[in-house]
Design a protein around this ligand. Sequence first.
Ligand code: HEC
Length: 423
Amino acid sequence: MKIPRMKNKQLSELLGNITALHLAARVLVIVSFFCVSNFSSAALNDREKAKFIHDRLTGVLPSAVMLTEMEDIISLNNGGSGAFDAALVAIDGNNNVDASGAFYNVTVKNWASPWTNEEDDIFAPLNDYSALVIGLVRDEEDFSLLLSGDILYLGADSSLPSYAMNNNNHYQQLESSGANLGDSSVFVKTTQSSQLDIDPRGIAGFFSTRAAAKAFFSDGTNRAMLRFTVRNHLCNDMEQLKDTSLPADRIRQDVSRSPGGDSRIYLTSCVGCHSGMDPLTQAFAYHQWEYFDDKDSGRLTYTPGIVQDKFLINETNFKNGFVTTDDSWTNHWRQGENVEKLGWISGSEIYTQGTGAKSMGEELANTKAFAYCQVTKAFKSVCLREPSESDRSTVDAIAVNFMSAYNMKNVFAELAVNCADGF
Ligand code: HEC
């Protein structure tokens, strides 16, 4: 039996992973804010509120022009949408007067970077996965396309190295050039299918980005891609989704049915995760991170119709286990305890099974867990703490609103306003 290589980090740890630098910058701004407000415990006045919102969204001090602009917008419609409108101005920079892009270049980038690697590294250089997140937020795209869309964001500057399957130079140089990622003439939307050298059937949101493929399709059995998606985007680790009552018909041959000679362990432990995970992971049967000596210079490959060897390894662990013959997936989490935990939105008559990574990504994004997870992670980023019991109704309202159009920019703005109100 092989010991599964997995870490049991909890979401709280993931959420707690805010860059020290960014945090320090914010604390500085908050401290200066306290000084200005003389530790007043009363509700914030409009100018203080503007400053607070700007700080939480961008981590930098607003210019005097920006601050006054935001204050005026709040005052104009105080108690109505004023603060929300001002938050959008902080995000997108007051008609470019303050268009440093700090919200995109720092806040959203730091929000996304830990998801792009196995170590939750917030200092990871900009890459096609974090760029995709930034672009979807900026352009107010349907954020659920993160798990399925044929979308890619690139720097427009023709002096940058072009997008490459086997290196990250394009994004690293885009980042070090200091480009404002909030500027849609500098950082542009395109398709993966126009840039990636793979069959378009293999394209599916971040799953087919170079960064995610390198992190989660290299070595192993491709289960890591599913596990980290569930962890980072449904805010549940596999441990939390264990359900030993689900059908075990699709568990692969590499999972021993009597680990250490004891079949009870298989029935009480292994089945709990592998029953649901293995048939979903099958959507990645044709994906592989191909490399020779150096993982960093490898590339994503996709072999439609040909199942990758990693799905068929260690077949003698249990000869009668499931043998993968194609990339069709089945979602056993549509039954049992996980129905409530994940909250499927559209009916099982449409989903439950499919073929390939794109439809599987749509299926996972089609949960309340996906929506709540994005809101909860953004809450932590903007409010600098975990949501508490008393924040539940706010988080609920924002998540329900989010599910209507999956506009992630609005979520950030709404959260900044709510944190300012609760201050
Ligand atoms: C808490 C959920 C969970 C339980 C319980 C669990 N597994 Fe896994 N298993 C995983 C995940 C997740 C992976 C993928 C790990 C990765 O590649 O990062 C995995 C991978 C594996 C692999 C492939 C190892 C490799 O080389 O990548 C085998 C074999 C395996 N598990 C066997 C078992 C057996 C046998 C048991 C029971 C003793 C078991 N697992 C229990 C979640 C679980």
